[in-house]
Design a protein around this ligand. Structure first.
Ligand SMILES: [Zn+2]
Length: 337
C-alpha cells in the first residue's frame, strides 16, 4: 500500500511495465505497433470479466465470491479499455473492492480522500496509463509516422496517435505531458481542440450520421502496423499514385476485405494537373463485423506484372465491447472448443 501520491504512481507504473514485458506485449507491439489489447490480457490472466450497462459507473472491481471485473457497455472502446485497465490494476495490486464512476477513473488531480485508502485510485490509474499508453509504444508509433516531439504539438497528429494506441484524445494529451513530451502550455492548447473538429476537417465534404466513431488517416506509413477500432470508425486513405505511368491503386480488394467506399478522388501534386504524380484519396467505412487483412496494390491494371507498391495492414473493427464476455475471451473459448 502506497504512503504518498508519488509512490502510488511509481507502484502502478512499475506493475504495468512488468506485466507488458512478462506477457510479451512489448516485443510484439514494437514489431507491429497497434494498441495494447487490455481485454486479451485480462483473458490471458484468466480473470473473470463481464460487460454490461452499469448505471452511473464506468466499471467495478469486486472481490466476492472471487476477484472479478465489470466494465460498462455504454462508452466508446477507448474508455472501455481504460476502465478495464484501471480495474485490472485494482485486482493485481491487491486493492479493496472499488466502484468507479467517471470522477474516479478520468480525474486528473490528486485527491485528499485517496490517502485513506493507500492511494489505491491513484495507483490503479497510473497502472492503466502505463499499461495502455507505455512510453515505448508512443515512441514506436511516432517513429513509424515520422513524428518528432514538435509534431506532437499539433492536434491532428495527437489525434491520429490516440486512435492508434486505442486511447481517448484527452487521455493521450495528458499522458504526453506526463512523459515530458509536451509542456503544460501545449497540453492546455491541445485540450482546447475538440476531436470532433479534427474529424470534420478530415472528412471534408462528407457528413456522417454521427461523430461518435473515430476517423483514421491511413497512409503508406501505416504499413507494418495494425488497426484496432470500432464499427463506426471511418477511414481516409491517402496514397501517392503514379497515374501518368499507368499505375493505379486497386481498391476492389478493400471492398473484398469488408469496407464500403464512400468517396474516391485524385488530387494532383504540385499543381501539375493530369499527367503528373497524384494523390489518391479514398474515404471508406467498414461493413458490419469487419476484421481481417486490409491489402491494397498499386499496379498497371492491364498487366499481371508485380505491383509497384502495396499496403497491408491487419485490422479488427468489431469494437466496442458488447454485453457479456469480451471479444478476446469469446475468441479464446472458441479456440479451446
Ligand atoms: Zn478505481
Amino acid at each position: 500500500m502506497a504512503r504518498t501520491y508519488a509512490e502510488a504512481v511509481r507502484n502502478g507504473t512499475a506493475a504495468a511495465s512488468k506485466l507488458l514485458r512478462r506477457l510479451d506485449w512489448q516485443a510484439r507491439l514494437e514489431a507491429e505497433p497497434g494498441a495494447v489489447d487490455i481485454f486479451a490480457i485480462i483473458a490471458d490472466l484468466d480473470l473473470p470479466l463481464m460487460l454490461r450497462p452499469l448505471k452511473g459507473l464506468l466499471g467495478a472491481f469486486l472481490k466476492v465470491p472471487t476477484p472479478g471485473i465489470l466494465v460498462t457497455t455504454q462508452r466508446p472502446l477507448s474508455i472501455q479499455r481504460f476502465t478495464a485497465a484501471h480495474e485490472l490494476g485494482h485486482c493485481l495490486l491487491d486493492h479493496e473492492p472499488s466502484l468507479d464512476d467517471e470522477d474516479q477513473i478520468l480525474r486528473r488531480a490528486p485527491r485528499a480522500q485517496d490517502a485513506h485508502t493507500g492511494f489505491q485510485e491513484t495507483e490503479a490509474d497510473a497502472f492503466a496509463v502505463a499499461l495502455m499508453m507505455p512510453k515505448w509504444l508512443i515512441l514506436a508509433h511516432c517513429a513509424r509516422q515520422g513524428w518528432r516531439v514538435s509534431h506532437l504539438e499539433q492536434a491532428d497528429n495527437v489525434y491520429q496517435l490516440s486512435v492508434r494506441i486505442g486511447a481517448s484524445y484527452e487521455a493521450t494529451v495528458w499522458t504526453l505531458e506526463r512523459y515530458g513530451l509536451l509542456n503544460a502550455g501545449c497540453r492546455a492548447a491541445l485540450l482546447r481542440t475538440q476531436p470532433r473538429a479534427l474529424k470534420v476537417s478530415l472528412l471534408e465534404d462528407f457528413t456522417p450520421s454521427s461523430y461518435h466513431g473515430d476517423v483514421w488517416l491511413l497512409t503508406e506509413k501505416d504499413r507494418g502496423g495494425r488497426i484496432d477500432g470500432s464499427r463506426n470508425d471511418l477511414f481516409v486513405i491517402k496514397l501517392p499514385e503514379l497515374g501518368a505511368a499507368g499505375y493505379l491503386w486497386d481498391f476492389d480488394t478493400l471492398v473484398e476485405s469488408g469496407f464500403s467506399i464512400v468517396r474516391d478522388s485524385r488530387l494532383s501534386v504540385d499543381g501539375e494537373g493530369i499527367g503528373g504524380p497524384n494523390t489518391r484519396r479514398v474515404l471508406a467505412a467498414p461493413d458490419e463485423d469487419a476484421h481481417g487483412l486490409l491489402h491494397l496494390e498499386q499496379r498497371r491494371p492491364w498487366t499481371s506484372a508485380a505491383p509497384l507498391s502495396t499496403l497491408t495492414v491487419p485490422f479488427d473493427l468489431t469494437g466496442p465491447e458488447e454485453s457479456g464476455l469480451s471479444r478476446a475471451e469469446r475468441r479464446q473459448r472458441l479456440a479451446a472448443a
